[in-house]
Design a protein around this ligand. Structure first.
Ligand SMILES: [Zn+2]
Length: 298
């Protein structure tokens, strides 16, 4: 694929239903040279990359496509060093920024999957505590994360259910209600939680909410069965996965890593790298450039 073909592919992905002017939403355009389109109404000249995460990128689009293809196939997560080697980039920081843009595209691609439906477990966890510390001086400690996981297989990916993860400032009633509201389809789901007080507003918000209480195992004094086994499984997997980024994660960037974990987890049974790659391209063309650089990049 050459540069022109990449630009055409981006434009086709971005304007799946035909050209739409980013300024005035007009549908008709003139086709100019060099992958440019001009709006017939307001005269704005635009390309497949303007107004997206790839806007003003100085590197060839072919490099971006290689990076996205590589990221789509890295089920165990990506790291900037490998990307730097792959593309022969001089700067580690450039590779780091690229990866974060790709992680933003992953978050958008997951939003496209829609809200969780069916039987959904919702729970919360501390990530990066003493026992599972990630990194050294600036280690992530006790970051608060909400987890929602569908427990019925999702036909499209033939998987055991999708997961949603969100880093939050607190575990308050409002925050948990907001998280569930934005990630679970209240008309087509049953929400299972533990008996925590934080979940008390879910029923008022229209969810069918079932509380699972701890039960003692017959014949065993003391030990309890896990009330949210799917949530616990995700937390264990996530902690193990984050350890592969030892020393690299700061609390400010945790959400990006959660997005990457969820993206791969939700496609873990799919061998169709073409589709995963296409979803990444879609994500990157739908993500505005304003979000492309974290406030305190290294
Ligand atoms: Zn226009």
């Amino acid at each position: 694929m050459n540069e022109q073909a990449c630009l055409e592919f981006l434009a086709r992905t971005r304007w799946e239903y035909g050209f739409r002017c980013p300024r005035c939403s007009y549908r008709w355009s003139w086709r100019l040279k060099l992958g440019l389109w001009e709006c017939q109404k307001c005269g704005l000249q635009t390309s497949g990359t303007s107004g997206t995460l790839l806007q003003r990128s100085r590197r060839p689009l072919t490099d971006w496509f290689r990076a996205m293809w590589w990221a789509a196939s890295q089920k165990n997560g990506c790291n900037a060093k490998s990307l730097q080697r792959l593309l022969g980039l001089r700067s580690y920081h450039v590779a780091w920024e690229w990866l974060h843009k790709i992680r933003q595209a992953m978050a958008l691609a997951d939003q496209e999957l829609g809200s969780l439906k069916g039987l959904v477990e919702v729970g919360m966890a501390f990530i990066g505590d003493e026992k599972t510390a990630v990194g050294g001086r600036k280690a992530l400690r006790n970051a608060k994360v909400f987890i929602a996981v569908g427990t019925i297989p999702v036909a499209h990916f033939n998987s055991g259910g999708c997961v949603r993860l969100q880093q939050v400032m607190d575990f308050s009633v409002e925050t948990v209600t907001d998280f569930v509201f934005h990630n679970v389809d209240r008309h087509r789901s049953f929400v299972f939680t533990d008996s925590g007080e934080e979940y008390r507003l879910l029923r008022d918000k229209g969810f069918i909410h079932k509380v699972r209480r701890r039960e003692e195992k017959p014949g065993e004094p003391g030990p309890t069965t896990l009330v949210l086994p799917h949530v616990q499984e995700i937390v264990d997997l996530l902690r193990r996965w984050l350890r592969t980024h030892r020393g690299a994660i700061r609390p400010n960037y945790l959400q990006r890593y959660l997005d990457e974990f969820a993206f791969h987890h939700n496609r873990r049974n799919s061998r169709d790298v073409d589709t995963i790659f296409y979803q990444l391209v879609e994500g990157i063309t739908h993500c505005p450039p304003a979000n492309s650089r974290p406030a305190d990049a290294p």
